[in-house]
Ligand binder design. Structure first.
Ligand code: FAD
Length: 389
């Protein structure tokens, strides 16, 4: 049985492990967390609707169900030519025939980032956002700034959707507590039209939502730095804030930067359509770690990470059998998300042919919540998987 080692036990790594096991490979997942963190449903942690355990699945449970091994350790560097990986505790590790990079992305670090908390960073930051929000609620008033940044070297690594979701959710949370009038909510981003990747209609609808909810905006101003009490922009203007939730753009993972893998300008691993790393027969990269090719609105998303993971399992198995029918990821590049607003959601879809946004009051919120339940149960094979998921 050929051995596959997957670096990273997130959305891509877990999906790859499950599907490689179904194809009878011996699989080991190396991850610095002993659980898979389901980022898409972590947006409810700041408002206390979910706790960290609610949005996590222990890797040991998945490993037991599907028969893969888990090593909890930190990947420090990768030497793909030699076929070895350096782990923080175990040291050099080379017990594999195939290596899969599924480490996610690192984040850009703007000046003063330590004065902000991100919903897309370490899970503990989401819990800290909840604590800080509760402290402000106890005080009875405050200023909350919510925003995201760009990466000029790779537009696909910009993550704005969860910032919109957190803004709408905090608005809804404050209204439920009868405190909305005593809080200033401001949404900021350096681009003129944040969210443009989702399409024109989405930007218009988002703008109308901000207006109707009284969330003010600061768009098109480059961020100079963050301070304990606010955001300073390059034009010298200041946005005062008691709590700043900021999502920095993604950048190549630090272990990939310390590797001999081919990298894009932003540090993501260069792959072909079949997720094979350029120039390496036995190394693949999937999910947020990989450099994606596609139109300018291409986004690193969970659904694409899962498609890449399933393709990877199919492609490795097909090559082992000497077959030619490989599956590519490019045709699946597109934006697909249910963006929560606390008491509803917007279904957003964009691909080469269409852009769509459908507002789903009330029902949408529960649809997204149900997806979280579906994710957990389907990974344990407790319910059948929906086609293509
Ligand atoms: C708040 C939020 C909401 C989102 N909402 C949606 C949505 O609604 N729809 C959608 O399609 N996508 C959504 N996304 C995007 C989606 O979550 C990501 O695209 C997806 O998680 C990428 O999967 P991944 O496995 O590549 O990376 P990750 O899920 O980040 O997993 C990386 C894994 O690698 C591990 N790791 C990292 N560094 C090391 C190291 N040095 N050594 C060992 N292990 C390491 C981590 O512990 C983690 O397990 C959202 C993202 C965020 C942050």
């Amino acid at each position: 049985m050929k051995k596959v080692t997957i670096l990273g036990g997130g959305i891509a790594g877990v999906e790859a492990a499950i599907h490689l096991r179904k194809k009878n490979f011996e699989v080991t997942v190396v991850s610095n967390r002993d659980y898979v963190y389901i980022y898409p449903i972590s947006i409810w942690v700041p408002t206390g609707e979910k706790t960290l355990p609610d949005v996590s699945v222990p890797l040991a449970k998945l490993a037991w169900k599907h028969g893969f091994k888990v090593i909890v350790d930190e990947v420090v560097s990768i030497r793909a030519v030699e076929g070895s990986v350096v782990l923080k505790t175990l040291g050099e590790y080379r017990d594999f025939d195939y290596l899969v990079i599924a480490l996610g992305a690192s984040k850009l670090k703007p000046q003063g980032a330590e004065h902000t908390l991100s919903i897309c960073g370490e899970p503990r930051e989401a819990a800290m956002l909840h604590e800080r929000l509760e402290t402000l609620v106890r005080r009875g008033q405050g200023k909350i700034a919510i925003g995201f940044g760009g990466n000029p070297q790779d537009q696909s690594a910009v993550r704005g959707g969860p910032a919109f979701e957190v803004a709408f959710n905090i608005d809804h949370f404050l209204r439920r507590r009868g405190l909305r009038k005593t809080f200033d909510l401001v949404f900021f981003a350096p681009m003129e039209s944040p969210g443009a990747r989702m399409g024109k209609k989405a930007v218009e609808k988002m703008g109308r939502m901000f207006q109707s909810l009284g969330i003010s905006t600061r768009f098109g101003r480059k961020i100079a730095r963050f301070e304990p009490d606010g955001v300073v922009f390059e034009d010298g203007s200041v946005l005062a804030s008691d709590l700043t939730m900021f999502i920095p753009a993604g950048a190549g993972h630090k272990a990939c930067l310390d590797s001999d893998l081919p990298l894009s300008a932003a540090g993501f691993v260069e792959i072909d359509d079949y997720c094979q790393v350029t120039g390496f027969d036995h190394v693949y990269a999937i999910g947020d770690s990989a450099a994606l090719k596609g139109p300018e609105w291409t986004a690193k998303q969970g659904h694409l990470a899962e498609v890449m993971a399933r393709n990877l399992a199919h492609n490795i198995a097909t090559r082992e059998e000497g077959g030619q029918d490989l599956h590519g990821y490019a045709e699946h590049v597109g934006i697909l998300c249910v963006m929560d607003s606390g008491n509803g959601a917007a279904y957003v879809e964009r691909d080469a042919r269409r852009e769509k946004i459908i507002l789903m009051p009330f029902f949408g919120h529960w649809l997204k919540k149900s997806w979280g339940v579906y994710y957990k149960l389907s990974k344990m094979d407790k319910i059948p998987r929906l086609p293509g998921m």
